[in-house]
Design a protein around this ligand. Sequence first.
Ligand code: ATP
Length: 256
Amino acid sequence: MAATDLDVEGVTLTAGARHLVRDVSLTARPGETIGLVGPNGSGKSSLLRAVYRVLRPDSGQVRVDGADAWSLPVRQLARTVAAVVQESGADFDLAVREVVAMGRTPHKRLLAGDTPEDAGLIDSALAAVDAAHLAERPFDRLSGGERQRVLIARALTQQPTLLVLDEPTNHLDIRHQLEVLGALRRLPATVLLALHDLNLAAYYCDRLYVLNEGEITASGPPVEVLTPRLLAEVYGVAGEVTVHPRTGAPQVTFLP
Ligand SMILES: Nc1ncnc2c1ncn2[C@@H]1O[C@H](COP(=O)(O)OP(=O)(O)OP(=O)(O)O)[C@@H](O)[C@H]1O
C-alpha cells in the first residue's frame, strides 16, 4: 500500500495532572495532506507525538491502517511512519548523504550496505528538497533551513506511507517553503503536518484540523474552516478571508 489510513480516535494526552490534548479525533485518508493548525501551546506537537509513537495516549487510540500504532512492532512502524520533528536534537557527526541514508535503515538488514536502489532514493530525496549540492557537507555545519531540508530528505528516503511533520517550513525561505510543501503534497503517502502559516496550510492541505487549548474546534476543507470568526475566536485576531482568483485557495489577510 502506498498510503496509510490514519485514525486518531478520542485521544487524550496528559503530563502529570495537565491535559495536553483532550479527546481528540482525526482522520487522514490514504493520500490526503492534512494540516494541523492552532495557537502556540494548543497541543499540535503533542498530538503528532502520539501519532509517531513517542507520547502514549492516556486514553483513545491511534490506528494505522486499522492496527493500533502502539501495538505494532517498532520495525514495522518505522517502515510505515516517518517523522520530521522540531526537537530532533540531530547533531550528527556525519555527511549529509549519510544522514539521508539513515532513512533506509528500517528497510534493511543489520549492517547491509546501500544498494543502487538505495542510492537512487537518496539522490531523488536530496533533489526533492534542493539539497543535492549539500550531499558531501558535514551535517552539523549546515544552516537551520539546510538541516531542516536534509531531515525532510531523510524522511522521504524512508519511503513512508504516513509522513508526520512538525512545522516543516520552520527556518525555510519562501522558495524552499513552497518547494518542500509542493513535494510533500505530490507524494503518494498520507501526510499529517503542523503548520503555523494559515495561507500555506490553506493552499497545500486537503483538510485542516484546528486545535485550541488541546481540543479540536474546527475541521474540514480550508475554505470552510478559515473564517474571520475562527481567526477571532481561536487566535484573537481580526482578519478577512477571500478566495484567491488564481489559486482558488482561501487567503487570509490579517488586520492588526
Ligand atoms: N512534557 C510536558 N509536560 C508538561 N507540559 C507540557 C509537556 N509537553 C507539552 N506541554 C505543554 O502542553 C501544551 C501543548 O504543547 P505542544 O507543544 O503540544 O503545543 P503546540 O501546539 O505544538 O505549540 P507550538 O505552536 O508553540 O509549537 C503547552 O502548554 C506545553 O507547555
